[in-house]
Design a protein around this ligand. Structure first.
Ligand code: XMP
Length: 517
């Protein structure tokens, strides 16, 4: 793989994604990993990411000369670029000039190496204080910017290169070209990573792991669990049974849609289990968000265990057991929970309320190394219907964390009706692509006075929370057209009794989270 050494920049995942877009498998490793361990992973190339620190700052991650003596191509980005210069004997100076945001890089070498095919003057995106004033011996300076005399360099003999700017962000117009030039022309790598390869590789892996045993999957109807199930189904066919647990916290029409889509279009065995009474019973009287999540998680596991017992009984085999559980864990979940070395670490966020660590299953996680866009591409190639592949995220605990206050049938019905209207109007207005997701929230514990017809009302507010995001880690509220908002507000207040006010959430994340609970 190409290893991206993460120096604490928020860009490391983005770099890995860009490398994969180029057709080369890439993984992230923390900068605290020793050079020995990094090299033991047999990297085809190493990319040093950006980072917040100056190479001269106290406690700044240091460079290790051994990393540069292993004969492995290295590319440095921003902090990684300076670290490389510093470690190899160049000079990093505090010029007093910093550059943040867009600037222009000028190519200043005759042989422009990995900048070949990019214009002499190009937009790049910067974020640095110090800058490299002298390149180390053996390096050619390729470009400069107003704030950096040395903004790109290369040593083609040793296959080292780097840029002061961030080639991984879209604001650097030719960033991807530079990165690909380095990987293919300077480092001499080849394209080996494609959706077809991923599918073949994962299918083989799943077959080897599962053998003839039975596998189950808790299907949520979302992109990740659907594509994971489709992959496992391709690998082991009807050894896979999916359970779709209707916890009574679904949106209108959701259950019917899931039942239809999986059985008919994908040929996957899905058993729907109606557990709404069990969940509503468990949620009675609970208003505290974490308590809700825990209750939902607990009931989820119980339902799941019951479903398993039934399946085993049906199989009619003495002593039969189900050993494997499919999970749609993605690479960002793995990275964020600490790098993914060793045992499976199930985040409470990723699953419905968090499955317990002592689950008796062995996990099958075919998406563990993939980014969301790769998962979507694979889903499409596997024939997962577009409406599932393009679906917006919906949290496992469902509407349970969107009723602020007590979750009961009545409140859920009110929210479901309002949510259906909002979704219908957003789709009609063509907003689905622009919006990452739009939680619709019922403030069940809040009432306000209104007037309808000639009468006074004392109803509940509905909150619209449309957000734009790339990965849900950060988000901004979507600037929606007023007339779409007006239509939604009108319809909800007219059609949903009990709701007499619609409000818009204009908070970014951070400080607000996307969901209200
Ligand atoms: P927050 O509210 O933390 O949400 O900004 C980030 C993203 O995660 C979704 N979300 C969940 N997904 N189980 C899930 O599968 C959960 O418990 C859960 N909680 C939040 C949320 O919808 C958003 O996309």
């Amino acid at each position: 793989p190409v290893l991206v050494v993460d120096y604490g920049a928020q860009y490391a995942q983005l770099i890995a994604r860009r490398v994969r877009e180029a057709g080369v498998y890439s993984e992230i490793v923390p900068h605290s990993m020793s050079t020995e361990k990094i090299l033991a992973k047999d990297p085809a190339a190493i990319i040093l990411s950006g980072g917040p620190s100056s190479v001269y700052a106290d406690g700044a991650p240091a460079g290790d000369i051994a990393l540069f003596e292993a004969g492995v191509p290295v590319f440095g980005i921003c902090y990684g670029f300076q670290l490389m210069a510093h470690t190899l004997g160049g000079t990093v100076a505090q010029t007093g000039l910093s550059e943040f945001g867009a600037t222009t890089a000028t190519v200043c070498a005759e042989d422009s190496s990995f900048l070949t095919g990019t214009p002499d003057s190009q937009n790049v995106w910067m974020s640095h204080g110090d800058s490299v004033s002298h390149a180390p011996e053996g390096f050619d300076v390729l470009a400069k910017t107003p704030g950096a005399e040395v903004a790109a360099f290369v040593d083609t003999k040793r296959k080292f290169g780097g840029v002061q700017w961030h080639p991984e962000v879209k604001h650097s117009d030719y960033g991807q070209v530079a990165l690909e030039n380095f990987l293919f022309n300077v480092a001499g790598l080849e394209k080996t990573w494609s959706t077809g390869n991923i599918i073949d590789e994962q299918v083989a892996k799943i077959r080897e792991q599962v053998g003839d045993d039975l596998v189950i999957c808790a299907l949520s109807g979302g992109v990740d669990s659907s594509v994971a199930a489709a992959l496992v189904h391709k690998a082991v066919g009807d050894q896979l049974t999916c359970f779709f647990i209707d916890h009574g916290l679904l949106r209108e029409g959701e259950r019917e849609q899931v039942e239809q889509d999986y059985a008919s279009t994908m040929g996957i065995k899905v058993v729907t289990i109606d557990e709404s009474e069990r969940f509503l019973g468990a949620l009675e009287g609970i208003t505290e968000p974490e308590a809700k999540r825990k209750a939902i998680g607990r009931e989820f596991i119980r339902s799941f265990e019951d479903a398993q017992r039934k399946l085993i009984a049906e199989a009619g085999v003495e002593g039969a057991d189900i050993k494997f559980l499919v999970q749609g864990t993605l690479y960002p979940d793995v990275v964020e929970s600490g790098g993914g070395e060793g045992a499976a670490n199930i985040k409470s966020h990723h699953n419905v309320g968090g499955l317990p660590e002592d689950l008796k299953f062995e996990l099958v996680e075919p998406l563990r190394t993939l980014f969301k866009d790769e998962v979507r591409a694979i889903g499409r190639e596997l024939g997962v219907p577009e409406k599932i592949v393009a679906r917006q995220p919906f949290p496992g605990p469902g509407l349970g964390i969107r009723v602020i206050g007590e979750v009961n049938k009545h409140n859920l019905d009110v929210l479901r009706a309002a949510d259906a209207i909002a979704r219908e109007e957003l789709t009609a207005a063509g907003m689905d692509e622009e919006i990452w997701q739009c939680p619709v929230v019922l403030l069940a514990g809040v009432r306000s006075v209104g007037v309808q017809g000639d009468g006074r009302t004392y109803g509940h507010p509905i909150v619209l929370r449309p957000v734009s995001s790339e990965d849900a880690m950060t988000a901004d509220w979507t600037r929606m057209p007023y007339d779409v908002l007006a239509k939604i507000s009108n319809r909800i207040t007219n059609e949903v009794r009990e709701v007499n006010r619609v409000v818009l959430d204009v908070t970014s994340k951070p400080p607000g989270t996307i969901e209200w609970e």
